[in-house]
Write a protein that binds this ligand. Structure first.
Ligand code: CA2
Length: 144
């Protein structure tokens, strides 16, 4: 079965445990389950990896080349300054979708810049967990 890669950045493993007023009380595992079942509806297997360091994300993107059909990525706070992730995604040959649970543009000014957005097909922000379903649908559509 063809695969798509979902990458989660720093601190997303804490979802459901802290700051529920911003991120809700669902866990990362809940979002991965939703993304996986949406991917299965399109005939894809979803592979999920979570990293608390930038280098791990860069290496995972490198190994996605020739392995996964596309990437969905929530780089967490690295979204706003992780230029090595930008460069790794620019070298990836498939479609990339950026996703955020919250809408960073409606939050602190330092969250208004995304270094990932310029190398993504598109960005889905502010829809909470439902965004994961939207992101998989958007990626599957791009892969048609
Ligand atoms: O809204 C999003 O999905 C974010 O990527 C979440 C990041 C934030 O830095 C981005 O600006 C927007 C934070 C991810 C995890 O944050 C938590 C921190 C403490 C407890 C639970 C989650």
């Amino acid at each position: 079965m063809k695969t798509i890669l979902l990458v989660s950045g720093p601190n997303l493993n804490l979802l459901g445990e802290r700051e529920p007023e911003i991120y809700g009380d669902a866990t990362l595992a809940d979002y991965v389950e939703l993304a996986s079942s949406t991917a299965a509806d399109h005939g894809y297997e979803l592979v999920h990896r979570q990293f608390n360091d930038e280098g791990g994300i860069v290496e995972e993107i490198h190994s996605a080349r020739g392995t996964h059909e596309g990437i969905i990525i929530n780089p967490g706070a690295l979204t706003h300054y992780g230029w090595s992730i930008h460069d790794a995604l620019a070298a990836y040959d498939g479609p990339v979708i950026e996703i955020h649970l919250s809408n960073p543009n409606a939050r602190e000014p330092w969250r208004h810049t995304s270094v990932v957005a310029p190398v993504a097909l598109g960005s889905i922000v502010g829809f909470g967990g439902y965004g994961y379903e939207l992101a998989v649908n958007a990626l599957a559509n791009a892969l048609k």
